[in-house]
Design a protein around this ligand. Structure first.
Ligand SMILES: C[S@@+](CC[C@H](N)C(=O)[O-])C[C@H]1O[C@@H](n2cnc3c(N)ncnc32)[C@H](O)[C@@H]1O
Length: 269
């Protein structure tokens, strides 16, 4: 049973991803997938593998996983966005869909990888999803997650918490207008980050700057829309996987602002 705040968050994403359906450019590129997991996972490791993606949204990573050579992808998405996901990936015959929260992924023990990219920080109680991922993986299979990080983001989080207290309650049209207004100071900050060592400069230079204007606005909307978002410190990120029984847990502090984490289901379990 999904937590009420989690249900509200799923509804928020259902609306977000039916308004912003398009995936293109660096935002939907293999380079970005490489960047997300950095040294923890080579894209080549996915060749011939069975992969489940929890919280697949509009399917940008589903397409990338197939492009990278996955033999089968199960795309799990609980929100109304599942219709967009299916539409965006209907030309891919190696994809199946599960319209359900991540804790309902079947315990088949068949997957080489279970990935959740930008998802678990939007789930108030992510433990059951990781336990379900453990049972969906084959022994020796790998879980990979990407989470918002707390370290080095104090100033940003202070500003964001004041803003989201209002924006989370706005209907789509008003939020989109607010994002349009916010875009210009953020874009000025992004350009300043190219010259100065300001907070979040690495993210601004290496990720945000590489998106086009439309995608940057989507990123701002994505920060201001969902009812629930948690920013993790390293120990909490590690704990998520270790509590579910994963071993060989490895963390990567992506551009110093977020956490990518992988772990393995033991061979003998
Ligand atoms: C920020 S979006 C990320 C989408 C996709 N992974 C991407 O990066 O393009 C978060 C996604 O997680 C989904 N989500 C939220 N709660 C979930 C849950 N309990 N189980 C599975 N997915 C969930 C949302 O519906 C949404 O599509």
């Amino acid at each position: 049973m999904t937590h009420p705040l989690g249900q509200r968050t799923i509804r928020d994403f259902g609306e977000q991803w039916t308004k912003y359906t398009d995936n293109h450019g660096y935002y939907a590129s293999i380079d970005l997938l490489r960047d997300v997991f950095g040294p923890l996972l080579e894209v080549e490791d996915l060749i011939g593998c069975r992969v489940a993606e929890i919280g697949a949204g509009t399917g940008r990573f589903v397409r990338l996983l197939v492009d990278a050579g996955a033999s089968f992808v199960l795309a799990v998405e609980p929100s109304a966005a599942v219709e967009v996901l299916k539409r965006n990936t209907r030309d891919l015959d190696r994809v199946r869909y599960l319209h359900a929260p991540g804790d309902r992924i079947p315990p088949t023990g068949e997957f080489d990888f279970v990935l959740a990219i930008g998802v678990l920080h939007h789930v108030p109680d992510p433990g059951p999803i990781l336990v379900a991922a453990w049972h969906a993986l084959r022994p020796g299979g790998t879980v990979g997650i990407w989470l918002y990080g707390k370290e080095s983001n104090a100033l940003y989080l202070c500003m964001l918490s004041a803003v989201v207290a209002i924006t989370r309650r706005l209907p789509h049209g008003l939020l989109a207008a607010f994002v349009w207004l916010t875009y210009w100071p953020v874009a000025a900050y992004m350009h300043a980050c190219r010259l100065l060592p300001l907070p979040m400069a690495a993210y601004m230079r290496n990720v945000f700057f590489r998106f086009d204007r439309q995608t940057r606005k989507l990123v701002l909307y994505d920060q201001m829309n969902p009812a629930y978002a948690k920013y993790y410190v390293a120990a909490e990120a590690r704990d998520l996987l270790e509590r579910a029984g994963f071993i060989d847990v490895r963390l990567y502090h992506r551009h110093g602002y977020s956490w990518s984490v992988t772990g393995r289901r033991p061979q003998d379990a």
